[in-house]
Design a binder for this molecule. Structure first.
Ligand code: S3P
Length: 219
């Protein structure tokens, strides 16, 4: 593990919150839940907030209204989430794969002073995880596309992800191991609110290559 390329100019951890970023299949939801279990914090998936606010599934927003409408909804949901983080106690938030690649979202997070963690993996591994989730769990990802377009999108977004405060390698590691490394890197083990005893019933404790059981969907 090491800090992201531009860590010097990135947000330093100071609050009881962490934002997880990275491409589709990076394991943001699974790792987020494992972090929350360790820290006794609450977990939030930004896509779920978007779905609640919009009263539609992410795939429906893309299909009926297009990506630009989804990005508008995503930005509004992120703004709302960050305003709650300022006031509230420990929370880990997982953002959808495109959120941190939008400059205005990255700026909002930076201004909120919340540390960001980029979950990194090779594009081949990300593709395999997404394909597996689609086949085994029926996970719908509107931007999954072909292997070639997936690669192109990954390449275009990676420089944005590298602006995160911390880059966490995930390739071949267990969810629990990744969470432990993040806790240590951010010094959160010295900073705990209480025991991490939340019942995270859907948590996948195994490798990211195994499917998350929660919602039959994302990891
Ligand atoms: C997106 C990724 C999805 C979801 C939406 C757009 C993207 O989230 O936000 O389909 O632009 O990469 P995951 O990264 O959790 O799959």
């Amino acid at each position: 593990m090491r800090e992201g390329k531009n860590a010097a100019s990135s947000t330093r951890p100071r609050g009881q919150a962490v934002v997880l970023v990275g491409f589709m299949g990076a394991g943001k939801s699974s790792v987020g839940r494992a972090l929350c279990e360790r820290l006794g914090w609450a977990f939030e998936d930004l896509d779920e907030r978007i779905e609640r606010r919009e009263q539609r599934m992410v795939a429906e927003i893309f299909g009926e209204s297009g990506e630009s409408e989804f990005r508008r909804a995503e930005h509004a949901a992120l703004k709302e989430l960050l305003s709650e983080l300022r006031a509230g106690a420990g929370k880990v938030a997982a953002l959808g794969g495109g959120a941190f690649a939008q400059e205005q979202n990255a700026r909002l997070i930076e201004a909120a002073g919340v540390p960001t963690v980029f979950l990194d993996a090779s594009v081949e591994e990300l593709w395999q995880r997404c394909r597996e989730q689609a086949e085994r769990q029926g996970t719908k990802r509107p931007l999954l596309g072909s292997r070639e377009s997936f690669s192109r999108l990954h390449q275009a977004r990676r420089p944005h992800y590298l602006k995160a405060f911390l880059r966490q390698e995930t390739g071949g590691k267990s969810v629990e191991g990744i969470a432990a490394e993040i806790v240590q890197a951010l010094g959160l083990d010295r900073n705990r609110l209480g025991q991490g005893s939340l019942d995270q019933s859907g948590l996948d404790r195994g490798s990211l290559d195994r499917g998350s059981r929660r919602r039959g969907e994302k990891q």
